[in-house]
Design a protein around this ligand. Structure first.
Ligand SMILES: *Cc1c(COP(=O)(O)O)cnc(C)c1O
Length: 466
């Protein structure tokens, strides 16, 4: 044993095997085929700094997904650790039920109100994005009850939307694979077409397709009857569905329809909130006036769990004045430690001007660098906004023709990315990128270089398969 490095590697290998065995025996993972995972073994991530992760074997990965779209300020922020630690010493927990409150949650509500669109000045706190959308469902129905219109109950969502994984979240979401498990959606949630031009636009131009899919909202309102519709819920761009950015005609037409009918608009900004588009909220980016905004993920940069709903004055007035007791909430609504983390996270975003930096610097740079990948023979389209992007892998570029699903091109590319030290997610054959907002030009160059290597490997693999 003259080489200490190899001893180290052996002990790490031993540790990994021990962890993988225990994982396989005791840990049921979310959104995972456990049987398949048991064969491959889990990738055990041990530490992180900036935009980088290290697994147990010391393999370094550039995190092109900011965890799960959430680590906006990057890893290793000592000031968040300090803020959380201080809060835990002072008041680790108290509830906000029954006439009680505490300074971190109060300050956070005030802070978020100052960053949100001008007509939105209240926050309801939750522990996650899913809980926030459950809150939305109950709040919009309660709102219409109080407005004397109890028949307004149905919520219109979209196919292939993602709004979380609780019963209401998964029902509001439009993922057929999720609906199949647990007899969802629940009654009172319906889904219209998504504005996914690349996959579904056929012979229409993006502009024509955007108009057509937006008009499905009006058709659905008329079909159900305006008196039966409580709200429309949508992500500004679909995240988990594949970073689907609507054609330019889509949101203006939706706005026209929302103005015409008396229904509420829930904008799910769990991914887009807190700087992702180069604005604090994508409502501003797409010029939308939601009645409720769902938040989570970037709210604390994932350092501790927290979510919430930003409530417009129109809805807040009714819920605060006319409701009596709103019989809804969570033990951890406004958790003081989570609120302390969120406040420090927001302070960092402000101090480092991350929102402005995304808008004026890193977004233009990342998007232009990624556009160069559109030349690759495997790439049908590169699209993005702010610091999110998607790369469509296709069999035939000019026909927008995809590979058979069983070829598993996206999965192959995702694994090739890992081999080259990059975390990029695949949604079918769509590759997804959503790095921390702190990513530098040099790190963007590295991301693009690694993605290019993975695309080359994938292309070679596809050619070998014939
Ligand atoms: C992640 C996500 C959710 C769910 O958030 P959780 O914290 O996982 O419950 C809801 N909506 C959108 C748009 C998301 O991306």
């Amino acid at each position: 044993m003259t080489n200490p490095l190899s001893t180290d590697a052996m002990s790490q290998q031993h540790k990994l095997e021990r962890l993988q065995a225990a994982d396989k025996q005791h840990f049921i993972h979310p959104f995972t085929d456990s049987k398949g995972l048991a064969v491959k073994g889990t990738r055990v991530i041990e530490r992180a700094e900036g935009v980088y992760l290290w697994d147990v074997m010391g393999h370094k990965l550039l995190d092109g997904m900011a965890g799960l779209w959430c680590v906006n300020v990057g890893y290793g922020r000592q000031s968040i650790v300090d803020a959380v630690s201080k809060q835990m010493q002072k008041l680790p927990f108290y509830n906000s039920f029954f006439q009680c409150s505490h300074p971190p949650a109060i300050e956070l509500a005030q802070k978020i109100a100052s960053l949100a669109p001008a007509h939105m000045n209240n926050v309801f706190f939750t522990g996650s994005g899913s809980e926030s959308n459950d809150t939305n469902l109950r709040m919009v129905r309660r709102y219409w009850d109080l407005k004397g219109k109890p028949s307004k109950k149905t919520i219109i969502s979209r196919v292939n939307a993602y709004h979380g994984s609780t019963v209401a979240g998964a029902s509001l979401g439009g993922m057929s694979g999720m609906h199949e498990q647990g007899d969802l959606p629940i009654p009172g949630v319906v889904h219209i077409a998504q504005p996914y031009w690349y996959a579904e636009g056929k012979d229409l131009s993006p502009e024509e397709f955007g108009l057509k899919t937006a008009q499905a909202l009006e058709a659905k309102i008329i079909e159900l009857g305006e008196d039966n519709v409580a709200a429309f819920i949508a992500e500004p761009f679909q995240g988990a569905g594949g970073v689907i950015i609507p054609p330019s005609t889509y949101w203006p037409e939706i706005k026209r329809i929302l103005a015409k009918y008396d229904i509420l608009f829930i904008l799910d900004e769990v991914i887009s909130g807190f700087g992702r588009t180069g604005k604090w909220f994508a409502a501003e980016y797409f010029d939308l006036q939601p009645d409720l905004i769902t938040i989570a993920k970037g709210m604390t940069s994932g350092y501790v769990p927290m979510g919430g709903v930003i409530v417009s004055d129109k809805v807040a007035e009714v819920i605060k004045q006319d409701c009596g007791e709103f019989t809804h909430g969570f033990t951890y609504s406004g958790h003081p430690v989570a609120a302390a983390a969120a406040l420090e996270n927001i302070r960092i975003i402000e101090q480092e001007k991350l929102v402005e930096r995304v808008a004026n610097d890193t977004s233009p740079y990342l998007q232009s660098r990624l556009q160069q990948l559109a030349e690759h023979p495997l790439v049908g389209e590169v699209r993005g906004v702010g610091l999110v992007a998607a790369i469509e892998l296709v069999k035939d570029k000019s026909l927008r023709q995809r590979f058979d699903a069983n070829v598993g091109v996206g999965t192959y590319c995702r694994d090739a990315c890992i081999t080259h030290g990059l975390v990029m997610r695949s949604v079918g054959d769509t590759m997804i990128i959503s790095p921390p907002l702190t990513i530098s030009h040099a790190e963007i160059d590295e991301l693009v270089a690694k993605a290019t290597q993975a695309l080359n490997d994938t292309y070679q693999h596809v050619k070998n398969m014939g």
